[in-house]
Design a protein around this ligand. Sequence first.
Ligand SMILES: C[S@@+](CC[C@H](N)C(=O)[O-])C[C@H]1O[C@@H](n2cnc3c(N)ncnc32)[C@H](O)[C@@H]1O
Length: 376
Amino acid sequence: MVRKTLRKMECTLGFVQIPASDRSELIGNAQLPCSTKVNGCEAKIDKFGRLWCSVLKNNFSSGSIVELTKTDTGYVVFPVKTDSGMVPQCLDARVENQKDKTMVMPSSLGEDLITSTLKPYFHFNSIYIFNDNILKTEAIEESSIDLTVTSPPYGVDIKYENYDDGIPYDRYLNFTKEWLQKCFDFTKNDGRLCLNVPLDKNKGGQQSVAADVTHIAKEIGWKYHSTIIWNEQNISRRTAWGSWLSASAPFVIAPVEVILVLYKRTWKKAHKGKSDLIRKDFIEWTNGVWNFSGESKNRIGHPAPFPLELPRRCIKLFSYVGDTVLDPFLGSGTTLLACLETKRTGIGVEINKNYCDIAIRRLKEMGIFQTKLATL
Ligand SMILES: C[S@@+](CC[C@H](N)C(=O)[O-])C[C@H]1O[C@@H](n2cnc3c(N)ncnc32)[C@H](O)[C@@H]1O
């Protein structure tokens, strides 16, 4: 991967001059000129090592920084942040002449989120990211979602960039009520919700989080199906004992989280679809105690990511191939990675632009631009 600052001429005419020092990495021994692809579109490299493609024309401004990556089928050109933290100006880079195959690159220029937006921050094939507030968003149609898989803020004072996770518990429950209502409206009658929350918490006072959230969900109209216990197998976090070796006031902590499985009106799906479950996984996953490790914050660059295995299991167990899956608290984009892998349409909403960028980077690393058009 090579980073490159674009010059005015490159932006106006629609090419990227591959830096001479990086030519062997990006071009290898190819005979120039040659045909190739950029972001899935026809492109060519001329004899001077300039990569020409119509999607590059008028989509960047002079000084934009792009990342240039060689893939199996051609090249990916992607805008990245500058040192000032701004996303370089990049208008809609629509892939022309390819029905349904649209890539929208970040077009917002680093402003704080002020209003709801209908325009995706990122869109490629059937993966959408909205940099938006789930409480205000108008980007999702009513009764359009088959499955929501999410992990909302837990109210345990995690340091998110745009969200105060240290709010008092009653405010946290009000927030929970608001977003659960929004997602209820977005969900189809036979749609489902897999909601990852802690079983309970003791930071800022002991609270039965899972029980309280279930109660609120049921008040809204969600129906209860079951609870999956996710055993993170992480006991090293244990530091608070209350009263050590004394019955005075010991703390009891279950080192697990849960996934509440809820549905809107009918548990049985209204139509037949294609499942992609194998026997071994079906038997293992329908046992409601799941054992797999958590994800590292440092590795992902987000304060509270869940592991890919969590949305992967929920998606395969509770939705058909081609269904529409929503994550209203997208964070670093894990649910969309699982959607990409399992060929579901994925919609993510995330209030923080930096986290949206992490999600885009992870999708890119997973090879989103190399995926074929979903044959749904
Ligand atoms: C627990 S994290 C989700 C992590 C995600 N599952 C992952 O694997 O990266 C919750 C996310 O919700 C986001 N958030 C908080 N309030 C929001 C809101 N009103 N609308 C959309 N996103 C919000 C936070 O910025 C944070 O990234």
